[in-house]
Design a protein around this ligand. Structure first.
Ligand code: SAH
Ligand code: SF4
Ligand code: F3S
Length: 446
């Protein structure tokens, strides 16, 4: 009987993509996937620490594993990802959960076989979190993607921005871009395998290439990816407003495959808060950027991330966030309660906001953003949208599900064979979370 692996992932798309690499390596070692923890010979927790809540969930799940390991002592339990990049957390896990065999960092995925072998010999938790080779990007790790239509492709790793609330630069290290040739090779391979959509990933894709003298910038990279055969759609996340260039706006407009969607986290609407967050732009510059994007790219969708209750946020500051949201009218917004992260500059700011004050603000913002999302969706009634079909709808076996170029979910009736195809759908019933429609045409033979 073959050995089995299972990976549980928390966090962002970059972490999801790392899990695809862990799966790729596990497969190359002869493991098969399972969805049952108790069947797994290799169980990996790929963790996130961007907010306290994410860490709490991981600890809750770790506690449950003891009886599993007691029943099956040969099972290898590994914990990796952003949480374990903090040395004190890695050591705490090894102490508090001694049944964990391996704790490894985000740059160690390629060493899985070696770590498993070491853990078998060591008999105690093996820790491998230090950067090797100056944190150089390791190419050629096999990737086991779940989906056959849409794929994530990392274009850079790490972050240099040090927004004062954020732990990511501390756990993911300095910004490093992948070489253009490596990225293009990967996308070309995906095109050949029949993938239709790629999402280029990075904490701040707009600064792609700055660390590679003589190579291209992100706008030029998009133009090259746009030429890859077979790929129909290109998305990218995340764009930091301070680095979004004029050339990039034109590249999005010009490139046929690049979708008209910019995820542009604003974080706050008040200049005082933005400054204390170390975001390096003002409210006015952000609004001006949004205007320029909307003017150049017809039908563009703009989405965002917003933090509520950053230290020192006054009622007046918060009102400015609401006001900015009303001005931009984001198609969707991820809203977060500020969470104090160890080692970040904001952790040490004196004027932390109590939950009783920030939570009602959070609810107010959530209501406003959701109302605007619904109103924007209503504007799409009777429009005809290009939809990439993802498969049968999870909630209704009669319908198919896909996304518009602007990343909105659409449900409509159609044959399951249309999965992976681009179709045209007339929106008949726009709702808050998704759009319902009727297929009017098969757009392309693909
Ligand atoms: N690099 C991306 C994503 C970073 S994490 C970017 O800059 O946009 C995703 C989101 O989590 C951030 O945009 C921010 O809104 C939120 N976030 C990060 N740290 C946080 C914290 N300490 N508390 C609450 N939200 C946080
Ligand atoms: Fe965090 Fe800011 Fe970097 Fe995004 S840009 S990962 S919010 S430090
Ligand atoms: Fe979380 Fe790490 Fe992503 S902290 S949000 S998994 S980069």
């Amino acid at each position: 009987m073959s050995k089995k692996y299972m990976i549980k992932t928390w966090g962002c798309q970059m972490n999801e993509h790392d899990s695809e690499k862990i799966a790729g390596v596990a497969r190359s070692l002869g493991y098969q996937a399972t969805n049952e923890e108790k069947e797994a010979d290799l169980l990996v927790f790929n963790t996130c620490c961007v907010r306290e809540h994410a860490e709490v969930k991981v600890y809750g799940n770790l506690g449950r594993l003891r009886p599993l390991k007691e029943k099956n002592p040969d099972m290898i339990i590994a914990v990796c990802g952003c949480m374990t990049q903090q040395r004190e957390v890695a050591e705490h896990i090894a102490r508090r959960y001694p049944f964990v065999d391996i704790v490894f960092g985000t740059n160690k995925i390629h060493k899985l076989a070696e770590m498993i072998a070491n853990a078998r010999i060591a008999g105690n938790t093996v820790l491998d979190i230090e950067e090797d080779d100056g944190g150089k990007i390791v190419e050629g790790i096999p990737v086991e993607r779940e989906d056959g239509i849409r794929a994530w492709v990392a274009v850079m790793h790490g972050c240099d921005n040090f927004c004062s609330y954020c732990i990511v630069p501390f756990v993911r290290g300095r910004e490093k871009s992948r070489r253009k040739a490596d990225i293009l090779n990967e996308v070309e391979e995906l095109g050949k395998k029949g993938y239709k959509e790629v999402t280029l990933l990075g904490q701040n894709v707009n600064s792609y290439g700055k660390d590679l003298p003589g190579e291209v910038d992100f706008a030029a990279l998009l133009r090259e990816v746009d030429r890859v055969e077979g790929i129909e759609r290109i998305r990218f996340v995340t764009s930091h407003p301070k680095d979004l260039s004029e050339e990039l706006i034109y590249a999005i407009r010009d490139c046929e495959k690049v979708c008209e969607h910019v995820h542009l986290p604003v974080q706050a609407g008040s200049n005082r808060v933005l400054d204390r967050m170390n975001r390096k732009y003002t409210r006015e510059r952000y609004l001006d950027l949004v205007d320029r994007i909307k003017n150049v790219i017809p039908g563009v969708s703009i989405t965002t991330d917003i933090i509520v209750g950053f230290p020192g946020e006054t009622e007046e500051d918060f009102e400015q966030t609401l006001d900015l949201v009303k001005a931009v009218r984001f198609d969707s917004a991820f809203t977060f309660l500020y969470s104090q992260r160890k080692g970040t500059p904001a952790e040490r700011m004196k004027d932390q906001i109590p939950y009783e004050i920030k939570h009602p603000r959070f609810l107010k913002l959530l209501e406003l953003t959701q109302q605007i999302t619904a109103e924007n969706n209503l504007l799409l009634k009777d429009s005809v949208e290009e939809v990439l079909v993802e498969g049968i709808s999870k909630n209704d076996p009669e319908r198919l599900t896909g996304r518009t170029r602007t990343n909105k979910l659409v449900h409509f009736k159609g044959a399951p064979e249309l999965t992976g195809k681009l179709v045209k759908v007339k929106i008949t019933d726009p709702q808050k979370w998704s759009l319902y429609g009727e297929m009017v045409d098969r757009e392309v033979e693909n």
